[in-house]
Design a protein around this ligand. Sequence first.
Ligand code: ADP
Ligand code: MG
Length: 296
Amino acid sequence: MTILTLSGLTKRYGAQTALDGVDLTLAAGERVALLGHNGAGKSTLMKLVLGLIPVDAGKVSVAGHAPGSSVARALTAYLPENAAFHPALTGREQIRHYLRLRGDDPAKADGLLERVGLGDAGRRRIGTYSKGMRQRIGLAQALIGAPRLMILDEPTSGLDPVSRREFYSLLDELSAAGTAILLSSHALSEVEARTDRIAILSDGRLVAEGSLPELRIRAALPLTVHLRPRDGQADQLASAFPEASMANGVLSFSCPATDKLAVMGRISGLAPQIDDFEVLPPSLDDIYSHISRRAA
Ligand SMILES: Nc1ncnc2c1ncn2[C@@H]1O[C@H](COP(=O)(O)OP(=O)(O)O)[C@@H](O)[C@H]1O
Ligand SMILES: [Mg+2]
C-alpha cells in the first residue's frame, strides 16, 4: 500500500527553485533516507508533505489525501530539524503537554517514554538531557497518535554512534509495524544500511534513488588495493605492480571493481613476496559525493 506519493513536486522561493520536479513514493513500512547537501531542498520537501507551505507545481498525496488536510495530519508525524523542547520541563511533562495539545490522554506519556527508552529519565528535566535523549523525546512526541507516516528531519545529526544505533532500532520496530518513514540526512554514513531506499537530492533535483547496493553499482567507483611486501621484496613487488605507489612501506593502487578477480589472481601469483594485503570497497561517503558531484 502506498502511503506517500510525490509527483513533479516543485517549489520556488522568489527566483530560486528549491525543489524541481521531484517524484517519490513510500510504501507502508518502507524506510527511505532523503540525502542532500545543505540547501538541497530536504526540509522544503518535508514541509510540502506536511502541508506547511504550498506547492508551486506537482502534487503530494498522503494515502490519497491532500497534505495538511485533517486526515493527512492525523496520519502523519513530524520531527523538525533542531526540535527544541522546554529545558525546565521534565520529559514526562513535555510529552503530557503534547498529548493534551493533540486532544489525547496525558496518561499515555509513560508508555511513550518507555517505548523510546526514557522510562526513568522522564522524571528529569530536559535541560539535563544529552542530544540523543532529546532526539528520543522528539521521537516520543512523533509517536503520539500511532502515525502511518513519519517525517524526520535530520534526526541523527549530532548523535554518537551508539545513540544513532538505538534510534534506528526504534525506527526498525515502527517500520515492522507498517509505518512509512522518510528521514533526511546530509551524510550517507549516518543512514547506512538501516534504510530500505536512498533518495539523493542535489540543488532541488532528485539525482539518484535506489538501495545502497544499487547506488554502489551505479557509482562504479574503483576499489583500493594495499599490498605490504615481505622484507626485502619491496622493489620486486613494486615492479610487478607499476600502477601502484609506495607510501609508508605499503604499495597502493586503485582498480575498477570489475577487475577485482583479475587483481586477486595477480596477488596470489606473487604470494611469496607479499606479507599482507587489503582490498577496500569505496566508502559510503565516496559513493555519495561521487553521485552528488556528477549531478552538479
Ligand atoms: N523560507 C524560505 N525563504 C527563502 N528561501 C528558502 C526558504 N527556505 C528554504 N529556502 C532556500 O531553499 C533551498 C532549500 O532549502 P532547504 O529545503 O532548507 O534545504 P535542506 O533542508 O536540504 O538544507 C535553500 O537554498 C534555502 O536557502
Ligand atoms: Mg534542512
